[in-house]
Design a binder for this molecule. Sequence first.
Ligand SMILES: [Ca+2]
Ligand SMILES: [Ca+2]
Ligand SMILES: [Ca+2]
Length: 392
Amino acid sequence: MKKRHGSNMPIKTAVALSVMLALGACSSNDDNDDNDADESVEQPVEQPTEQPGVGSGQSVSVSLDAAQELPVPQGVPDGATGSADVSVDENGVVTATLAVSNLSGPAVMAHIHRGFAGATGPVLIGLESADGGATWAVPADARALTADEVGAFNRGELYFNVHTDANMPGEIRGQIDAGNATSFAVRLENISTPETLNVASDGSTQAVPLSPGAFVVHREVADSPLLLPRDAANAGLEGVAEDGNAEPYPTTVSGATIFNTPVGADAPGPIGPGGAYEFTIQAVDGDKLDFVTMFVPSNDWFYTATDADNSLDLFVNGQPVSGEVLASDIAIWDAGTEADEEPGAGPNQVQRQAGPNTGDPDPDTRVSSLSARGQSVSLNGPVLRVTITPLP
Ligand SMILES: [Ca+2]
Ligand SMILES: [Ca+2]
Ligand SMILES: [Ca+2]
């Protein structure tokens, strides 16, 4: 549906950045395909699977207002408000009541969506009204939430959204936050330099820009939803890995949320050396985080978490993690959607290609790490630093 901030222009800015990169200085070679940063904090261990709040039928009170709504609604009367109570049972069955008042006109639709505060996301459950829009409830035939969606409920990732004719995207909104979750600030920082990437064909070096991307908080045990299916990349991953375009992700992968605006910028774009993306998430014990961001001087490479489930644990032994993520937990992967050319020099790479989604098909369509493909890239140092900080 809608997205987190602004919209589609990662490519143009990546192209602009390439002009700057062409000035990159020379230096010598040293093969590694990994971030050899030091550091870090907690090591992932086994995760518990029980979910706080699930099955307790805990009822959550929710206040709806225009201030939470995205995009900003127009012509909303002062005092437009809503209140709701919602609970989820052990089978994922949702019970909810919602009352609204002082809107610009009758409420014409109301839904429960998935998305963190400050982001928008898809409808999970449509509500029904028996009194012309003043009150709403979950219909008797509504589907139950999946286990993954119950996880989203527990971490505060669901919200009510009420639509009017004047504000079809939504006039008032209310985040469903049971207060069970820990908030974390996540920072993805570009620590490459103009000497980081070796381009062997002409002996030059370049920085490694990183692109807008997507993240997901989940509690799957097997794999990151961002990378599924693993035998042929989903459209969101293809967009990020080839063109730095995360726009397709939210409609491709449930819970995928875009990050695209660099810290200190007012529009979406890639990050070069010193640049960073930041976003805030909420999580409960057992939740994990994954992200993807393009290794820009490539045809279809991206950074992602690279342990057994391609996710970063957010809790260890019940405690929130804090600090820099181990470099060994992050790696460069190949989306398997475009044949690889020399990093930093290929004519079908985003900084030089004629248009998005341009290049030969990849002979190996697996979504897999460079090392699993027997590939590597010549880097003189680390590119990406990820820091996870619990918020008070
Ligand atoms: Ca490839
Ligand atoms: Ca493609
Ligand atoms: Ca391409």
